[in-house]
Design a protein around this ligand. Structure first.
Ligand SMILES: Cc1cc2nc3c(=O)[nH]c(=O)nc-3n(C[C@H](O)[C@H](O)[C@H](O)COP(=O)(O)OP(=O)(O)OC[C@H]3O[C@@H](n4cnc5c(N)ncnc54)[C@H](O)[C@@H]3O)c2cc1C
Length: 378
């Protein structure tokens, strides 16, 4: 594991830092609306900061994950928002590169990078979240391809999405994983209905998708018919890939904001607050090094190792503790409205961290079985 930048990485970091200084408007980007996010995404793309690890022949920069990590660290430090096509660039694009047909790659990849085509991910259903193989959305053969019926839930960005990577059942196979297929669903096809779901933070960035006799062409199948489980697992593996570094970089930046808040309200000499901040600092450092270990494994093998499960589990808990501490410090102090609004929203949003992308219970099961080799629980 290397803890200092190579000369090339250091040059990339310096250029990016300057670019962020020159291009990121002053103010609070977390309050940006969708149009501002789209405009920011176009700028990222033009400057070559979208698809940093994608191969050059598909419009990326062909750089190793360590450059993506540098990008994550610098944009977190600068407080820059994500590219609006997080799912397209981080998950669907890499899946298309690995398993898509040349026609699909040509049709989608450039437009994913530019943000022209936004993707959502339609895997979860009301009775198929942790147990994804229980998917019941049905795809039946049709003279024009396939016809889809069913319901998806918790699909992030589906209200903005042009396409959805959708997992459906094409065969009632005896082995549940075998009868699934992935589709590139056009969200504007007749019969697709998107209903926003309001979260307790007030955000409406995830949705229910209803599918009523939606006809999709045969070339909308990604990978092979019946091999949708492999496609879905490829997508989910990419979610865990360099994501860990992004999460820990953001957590470090949040800790900086917490220290600022504590100073601003004059709570920095409280021994309890000091102890909790010190503990969070230690945790952030431990997560940083775990993130680097995950990155090293990814660079060596091309697939994320077990570190990414540990990272997601510990990050989500630390993020909740951090936001809880911030709100506690601010509670009842007059004149702190701006900070209070920010931290209250962060606290409410952080409640989802232990559910999205694999719940803490599921991750503990993975660590117990696949890392520690313990027997399956019943
Ligand atoms: C903010 C957010 C964004 C999301 N975005 C998307 C998206 O874009 N696309 C998408 O497809 N999905 C998305 N999801 C869905 C997410 O993947 C699921 O919520 C998650 O997998 C859990 O599934 P579930 O909600 O059905 O809960 P369930 O699987 O029903 O679990 C309920 C509870 O039982 C526990 N449990 C279940 N099985 C076990 C077990 N074997 N051992 C121990 N405990 C168990 C769980 O840990 C949990 O506490 C999102 C979720 C959130 C919160």
């Amino acid at each position: 594991m290397r803890l200092v930048d190579t000369d090339d990485e250091a040059a990339f970091r310096a250029t990016l830092r300057q670019w962020l200084r020159d291009n990121l408007p002053a103010g609070v980007p977390h309050s940006w609306d969708t149009e501002q996010r789209r405009a920011w995404s176009r700028r990222l793309h033009t400057a070559g900061y979208a698809g940093i690890t994608w191969p050059r022949e598909h419009g990326g920069r062909g750089l190793s994950p360590s450059y993506q990590a540098v990008y994550a660290e610098e944009s977190a430090l600068a407080g820059a928002p994500d590219h609006v096509n997080v799912i397209g660039i981080g998950m669907v694009g890499p899946t298309l590169i690995r398993l898509g047909s040349p026609e699909q790659q040509q049709a989608f990849l450039p437009r994913i990078l530019s943000g022209e085509v936004i993707f959502s991910q339609g895997f979860s259903e009301p009775d198929a979240g942790s147990d994804l193989a229980s998917v019941r959305t049905l795809a039946r053969r049709h003279p024009d391809g396939w016809v889809l019926d069913g319901e998806k839930v918790w699909s992030s960005y589906a209200h903005l999405a042009d396409y959805c990577l959708l997992l459906a059942r094409t065969d009632e196979a005896p082995t549940r994983h075998r009868g699934l297929t992935c589709f590139l669903l056009d969200m504007r096809a007749p019969g697709v209905q998107v209903r926003p779901l309001r979260q307790m933070s007030g955000d409406t960035d995830f949705n229910q998708i209803l599918l009523d006799s939606v006809v999709v062409p045969a070339d909308a199948v990604l990978g092979e018919v019946g091999a949708g489980w492999r496609v879905a697992m490829t997508t989910l593996a990419h979610e865990r890939g360099t994501f860990g570094i992004t999460l820990t970089s953001r957590l470090a930046a949040e800790l900086g904001r917490l220290v600022e808040t504590v100073r601003a309200v004059g709570a920095s000499d409280c021994p309890i607050v000091r102890r909790e901040i010190a503990q969070l600092h230690i945790e952030v450092q431990a997560l940083r090094y775990t993130g680097y270990r995950a990155l090293t494994a990814l660079e060596r093998t091309g697939t994320p190792g077990p570190e990414s499960s540990v990272l997601k589990l510990r990050w989500s808990l630390a993020n909740q503790r951090l936001a809880t501490l911030a709100v506690r410090v601010l509670d009842g102090r007059p004149g702190t409205d701006d900070w209070y609004g920010y931290w209250r929203r962060q606290l409410l949003r952080s409640r989802t961290n232990t559910i999205e992308g694999g719940t803490s219970e599921i991750l503990r099961g993975i660590v117990a079985e696949r890392v520690l080799g313990l027997p399956r629980s019943h």
